[in-house]
Design a protein around this ligand. Structure first.
Ligand code: AMP
Length: 274
């Protein structure tokens, strides 16, 4: 595995893979089994696998956890090595950003609802960095988790709107054995908060079960989910189609149910694709 830190090193390294397919997995590090599942899939489907680790400051709002976001560079390098990553790109902030830059903006509706409503400007920062990374890595396929459903949909839209010739591969959401969706931020949870947080995945499961029994009315499902999460500080429960339009009735194979909740200082998001 080659570890590159600068953009010129990255360009030099990628030159040798001119005619090969490149699978790209962008991350913010503190890698867990969710990230590893993306890397494995990229390994399986491409000649070359490039992973980036970059805690992107432009997607954090003022007052969010940028400074204390978990950083585990040495362990992450080992994980990537074991997963047979070819190139690990770990740029620093000054390499990635200059002053007074040209910027890409998230769409004004889909980028500013749900996560984008609670974190206004977050998706501007996400798309800005992913656009830069795509231009640097020039991947054939890029792998994103369904865990961050809105991010995935917006990246699919960016690729389409900007005529980028990159195949976006949505990857399954990976959970811990107790049902909690894996997230680098789970380390912030106390034991008690973690136990309480299980209500999030339980609520999604119970909605899916009810849908399996024929219930398609969103308001019924929403109140069922609220009941399961009655002890949590729920920010939203949302029912969207796969292009992120709000729906009133479940459309089988075209629905995403999303939840965001706060456990103490930690925000957790989770979802299920129906
Ligand atoms: P992050 O490091 O949080 O920016 O995530 C990097 C990539 O890993 C994104 O495409 C995420 O959607 C994906 N990811 C994070 N957690 C999970 C998970 N539990 N299951 C699947 N993919 C995940």
């Amino acid at each position: 595995m080659i570890i590159v830190k600068t953009i010129s090193e990255l360009k030099e390294t990628l030159k040798q893979y001119n005619d090969k397919s490149i699978g790209f997995v962008p991350t913010m590090g503190a890698l867990h089994d969710g990230h590893i599942s993306l890397i494995r899939r990229a390994r399986h489907e491409n000649d070359i696998v490039v992973v980036s680790i970059f805690v992107n400051p432009t997607q954090f709002l003022a007052g969010e956890d940028l400074d204390k976001y978990p950083r585990k560079d040495e362990v992450d390098k080992k994980i990537c090595e074991l997963a047979k990553v070819d190139v690990l790109f770990m740029p620093n902030i000054n390499d990635m950003y200059g002053d007074d830059e040209v910027k890409i903006l998230a769409p004004s509706v889909k980028g500013y609802i749900l996560e984008g409503f609670i974190r206004p400007g977050h998706f501007d920062g996400v798309l800005r960095v992913v656009c830069k990374l795509f231009n640097l890595v020039k991947p054939t396929n890029a792998y994103f988790g369904k865990k961050d459903a809105q991010q995935l949909v917006l990246i699919q839209q960016m690729v389409k709107d900007l005529f980028m010739d990159i195949n976006i591969v949505p990857c399954e959401l990976i959970r811990d054995s107790d049902g909690l969706a894996l997230s680098s931020r789970n380390v912030y949870l106390s034991h008690e908060e973690r136990q309480k947080a299980l209500a999030i995945s339980k609520s999604l499961k119970s909605a899916a079960k009810k849908i399996g029994m024929g219930e398609l009315d969103v308001s019924v499902l929403q109140s069922l989910m609220s009941d399961v999460m009655c002890e949590l500080d729920v920010e939203y429960i949302a029912f969207m189609d796969r292009e992120f339009n709000k729906i009133e009735k479940i459309e089988i194979k075209n629905t995403i149910i999303l939840v965001a909740a706060r456990l103490g200082v930690t925000r957790l998001i989770d979802n299920i694709w129906i």
